[in-house]
Design a binder for this molecule. Structure first.
Ligand code: NAD
Length: 292
């Protein structure tokens, strides 16, 4: 079997065209341009690349983007900046690029973002709403994954979904989103039986082999190999690693694609969908903040 490719790059382009049309209509109706403020603290080259991609995508769809680069030597400067952006009516979305430098108190910073401007969906209020099955902003990576599955008609209701990794930004919200009774893409893209795996999971290969759909966000290159899959499974690879100048994921792509039914490539799978969902969330923030 050779797996079909879950082409996130192509779908993201289509989502961008849809968002661009909606942004234009919103601007015409309100005279307001949706605006995203990105905070890039510290000097991680990878973070700088991600933020650049996000800003370029904003530009393509007519969303204004602003970049702020506090030095990241303490939380204070970032917290003051967030206060300012929270109070600025021209800013609709605030994105704090992670990871933050060690000197910065991550929770304190994420908690400071106004919940209606929290387009990443990391504020406790938005996490709580997601947990209760009434999401305001779904975190961009899990949202992009479900949107990608829906595009290929890969319904998750009743399926066994195994999520590897329990981070607050991918693994946990992914598990929450898929196990609800309903979701933004309808009940067929919710109602899964979800197993959430992590570093203390016993016999990981046995668990992953029982997955109809496997979402891998372990942050370990090549953590998932072909022998850990059920034949025909849907494999979604969230990991991104630069190894010898090449981007690879958490899944051994060449081996896995011989056994899987569907697989998302790295690059060109989940990454572009994450950015596309950020655009949707930013437009939504502008809409929510300007409700008449
Ligand atoms: P993280 O790096 O914060 O945490 C990894 C999680 O995986 C932990 O919960 C850990 O318990 C678990 N884990 C690690 N090794 C494991 C193993 N061998 N078996 C079982 N569990 C294991 O996670 P993150 O921030 O979600 O990032 C994961 C990966 O996804 C990284 O490579 C990151 O760069 C990438 N990422 C990509 C996107 C995208 O848009 N494509 C978005 C976010 C993160």
């Amino acid at each position: 079997m050779t797996a079909k490719i879950l082409d996130g790059k192509r779908l993201a382009k289509r989502v961008e065209r849809e968002v661009a049309d909606r942004v234009a209509a919103f601007r015409k109706a309100t005279g307001i341009q949706p605006t995203l403020a990105a905070i890039l603290a510290g000097d991680s080259p990878a973070s700088a690349v991600y933020v650049r991609h996000k800003q370029a995508a904003c530009e393509r769809v007519g969303i204004a983007s602003r970049l702020y680069q506090p030095d990241g030597r303490s939380s204070l400067e970032i917290l003051q900046l967030i206060d300012q952006l929270n109070a600025d009516p021209a800013v609709h979305g605030i994105l704090v690029q992670l990871p933050l430098p060690d000197a910065v108190a991550k929770e304190q910073v994420l908690d400071a973002v106004h919940p209606l401007k929290d387009v990443d969906g990391f504020h406790p209020e938005n996490v709580g709403l997601l947990a209760q099955g009434r999401p305001r902003y779904v975190p961009c990576t899990p949202a992009g994954i479900v949107r990608l599955l829906a595009e290929y008609g890969l319904e998750v209701a009743g399926q066994h979904v195994v999520v590897v990794g329990r981070s607050d930004i991918v693994g946990k919200p992914m598990a929450l989103l898929l196990s609800q009774r309903d979701g933004p893409w309808g009940p067929q893209y919710a109602n899964a039986t979800v197993t959430l795996c992590h570093t203390r999971t016993r016999n990981l290969p046995d668990v992953t082999r029982s997955a109809d759909i496997l979402v891998v966000a372990a942050g370990q290159p090549g953590a998932i190999t072909r022998d850990m899959l059920k034949p025909g499974a849907v494999v979604v690879d969230v990991g991104i690693h630069r190894v010898s100048g090449r981007l690879i994921g958490d899944v051994d792509y060449d081996g896995a694609s011989l056994l899987a039914g569907y697989i998302s490539p790295v690059p060109g799978g989940v990454g572009p969908m994450t950015v596309a969902m950020l655009l949707e969330n930013t437009l939504r923030a502008a809409e929510l903040l300007n409700r008449r």
